[in-house]
Design a binder for this molecule. Structure first.
Ligand code: FAD
Length: 404
């Protein structure tokens, strides 16, 4: 594995830097910096998505045949790193990174033509209907039932999905349903695409501890979709779900954004009075904490680069993605904990209003960074839960990496 970029890769990095300098507006950067939740709101997210789509760089991890850039893993890494350093908003993964690879890998030509262009132009948004009350870590026990009707075409769906991120913005949901209750749990699951705007679906918001409306509970009461929107055959849903989860856990590079956030933390600590002699950042205990975070982030970055090398050589990363998910989530939380500590009492403010940018943002007490610390800290508690909890990742690592 080579640890330095080739001349072509350095030239590509310069091209990305120039594009970001010219095309990423300051109000979008400000919005992204001042968003305490994982996903940015549609006002800045959609605008950034349109800019990238016009440039032809939105589907930067899709193959060319599917309408993507066809970039190799190193180019994708460079692009993600430069975006993180430039404060670009994280793109919503639901359509672009989760369901799109499923559609272009397992879908029919009609499904590809129906859905992929609308994911790219942003005209249709997606949500993920996997988890249910009682089926999270043990996903295979899901109970939402879908039954093909007598016409051989219509699926009628009954049950409930929970923690459904951005369902309130979604036009479609990709979801796992039970089509056969009489076989082994995993074998009775099917992957369906379901239109959200119908009377059989009720969305109930869940407001999180931080005050964000990101997640929802859905009730499906005779909701409908059709067989033409089923991906694969009945009973193949579990293997498609696992393919998607592997992408969710390891499909992108977490380290660059974490490193950028540690840099920001270092600057904030350098400006914050310590109450004794000089700035907080100059206290040896604070410096030691920052260095420990930096080292952990750099080690993560090397692991991510190793995964890229695997991908570039045509191999699948497999359970290494669980390692990345585990380390990245825990590091995310440590960074956000330290931000609360740095701002002292000012780090305890928790404004109920959203967004925390633009003209209607609430006045911060102290600085905007201080105002963001607590909402971000509370929001980031979810990192070690969504996409599979830490305990679940550790079990996967124990079994598949350590052979325990
Ligand atoms: C902010 C947020 C957004 C989310 N977005 C979505 C979404 O868009 N779509 C979607 O489908 N889901 C989403 N989820 C749901 C997420 O995937 C689940 O919360 C997660 O899989 C855990 O399931 P659970 O909440 O049912 O907890 P449980 O599975 O009930 O787990 C409870 C606790 O028990 C532990 N535990 C469970 N089983 C084991 C085991 N075998 N060994 C050791 N420990 C175990 C867990 O680690 C956890 O600490 C989201 C969750 C959050 C918090």
């Amino acid at each position: 594995m080579h640890m330095s970029f080739t001349a072509d890769e350095i030239a590509f990095r310069e091209e990305v830097r120039s594009f970001l300098a010219a095309s990423l507006p300051e109000h979008i950067r400000e919005g992204a910096r001042n968003t305490p939740s994982v996903f940015v709101e549609p006002d800045i997210g959609d605008e950034w998505q349109r800019i990238l789509h016009e440039k032809g760089w939105l589907a930067y991890h899709w193959p060319k045949e599917a309408g993507g850039t066809g970039w190799d893993p190193v180019q994708r890494y460079i692009f993600e790193k430069e975006c993180a350093l430039a404060d670009a908003p994280a793109l919503s993964v639901l359509g672009l990174k989760l369901v799109a690879p499923v559609i272009y890998t397992f879908g029919t030509d009609e499904q590809k033509a129906r859905f992929l262009p609308r994911i790219l132009d942003g005209s249709e948004k997606w949500c993920q209907g996997y988890s249910e009350p009682g089926a999270g870590s043990d996903l295979a026990s899901l109970k939402t039932r879908a039954a093909l009707q007598g016409d051989g075409r219509t699926y009628r769906i009954n049950g409930s999905k929970i923690w459904t991120t951005h369902a309130h913005y979604a036009d479609w949901m990709f979801c796992l349903v039970r089509t056969n209750p009489d076989v082994k749990a995993q074998e009775g699951i099917t992957f369906l695409l379901v239109p959200m705007h119908q009377k059989g679906i009720t969305i109930r918001p869940i407001i999180t501890l931080a005050g964000d409306h990101e997640v929802n509970q859905l009730f499906l009461d005779d909701a409908e979709t059709t067989a033409e929107y089923r991906i694969g055959e009945e009973g193949q849903g579990w293997s498609i779900a696992k393919f998607l989860l592997e992408n969710e856990r390891g499909g992108s590079c977490a380290a660059p954004r974490l490193i950028a956030d540690i840099d920001r933390l270092r600057r904030a600590a350098g400006n914050q009075p310590s109450g004794t002699n000089g700035a907080y950042g100059h206290l040896p205990s604070v410096e030691a904490r920052l260095v420990a975070l930096e080292l952990e982030a750099q080690a993560l970055e090397i692991t991510e680069l190793r995964i890229l090398a695997e991908l570039k050589a045509g191999r699948r990363p497999g359970p290494q993605t669980s390692l990345v998910k585990l380390v990245a989530s825990s590091l995310r939380q440590k960074i956000d904990e330290m931000a609360v500590d740095i701002f002292g009492p000012y780090g305890l403010q928790l404004p109920p209003e959203r967004p925390l940018y633009g003209n209607s943002a609430p006045e911060p007490v102290g600085s905007r960074e201080a105002q963001l610390a607590m909402p971000t800290y509370l929001n980031s508690r979810a990192w070690t839960i969504f996409g599979g909890t830490n305990e679940v990742q550790k079990t996967i690592i124990a079994k598949t990496v350590l052979g325990l």
